[in-house]
Write a protein that binds this ligand. Structure first.
Ligand code: ZN
Length: 243
């Protein structure tokens, strides 16, 4: 692996528009459970009951009870060496952008202007009029609601600021992600199994545009046979070594 890390550092330092794509694996190292592994969130909760837009429309109080648990976990989490390494690469001008599937805000906390394609837990959106509030305001409103559901000024229920199952990703955000992938000259996928669409399509877009694909992950990914470099390892260990 040391040779592979050296090669990854050369790829990153030689690129002019490197883009990083991150998933749950970078945040598990900050103590945030992932979704799909054996110990992940969906092993304990049924996503159709707590993570689907139709569940929210049916019983927003139940969905909010689940999301408050997740928000509490995220609040106490800190960015780790992997988040900080990517932020440093950005500051050094070696990384054009971080695209993330994570909703925990840890890239932002580390100083990255990350494109959060699945939204973020520290904000809420009105289901009726689209107004957006911060999570602190949402919690104040939640505390004052008999059912524990935060409400907008318009009366509509405020929904966690993340993309729920059954919802479309915001078009503008996904367009931006595909534009970054199609114009990058290196895609570094870190901590993602690259299985969840539409983000899972980004490596293919980058490869078709001629950019090499480098993967750092613990465990297999959907692109293991179609990448230029594959490093098995902890991101908090590997990424600081390529700064
Ligand atoms: Zn509203």
């Amino acid at each position: 692996m040391p040779g592979d890390v050296d090669r990854l550092r050369e790829l990153v330092h030689g690129a002019r528009r490197a883009v990083a794509l991150t998933g749950a694996g970078i945040s598990t190292e900050s103590g945030i459970p992932d979704f799909r592994s054996g110990r992940g969130i969906w092993a304990e909760f049924d996503p159709m009951e707590v993570g689907h837009i139709s569940a929210f429309r049916r019983d927003p109080a139940r969905v909010w009870r689940f999301y408050r648990l997740r928000i509490d976990v995220v609040r106490s989490a800190q960015p780790n060496a992997g988040h900080r390494a990517l932020a440093q690469l950005e500051r050094d001008g070696r990384l054009a952008r971080v695209i993330t599937q994570n909703v925990d805000g840890l890239h932002r906390a580390a100083g990255s202007d990350a494109l959060e394609v699945h939204g973020a837990l520290d904000r809420v959106d009105c289901l009726r009029c689209g107004a957006r509030f911060g999570i602190d305001e949402a919690e104040r409103r939640m505390a004052g609601d008999p059912e524990g559901v935060p409400r907008c000024d318009c009366g509509g229920p405020l929904k966690p600021g993340v993309v729920l199952f059954g919802e479309m990703l915001p078009e503008q955000v996904i367009d931006e992600a595909f534009a970054l992938a199609s114009t990058c000259d290196l895609l570094l996928a870190a901590g993602s199994t690259l299985e969840v669409h539409p983000v899972a399509g980004l490596p293919e877009v980058a490869r078709r545009a001629g950019a090499p694909l480098a993967i750092v992950n613990r465990g297999p990914t959907a692109y293991d046979d179609a990448c230029d470099l594959r490093i098995e390892g902890a991101l908090g260990d590997v990424l600081p070594r390529i700064v």
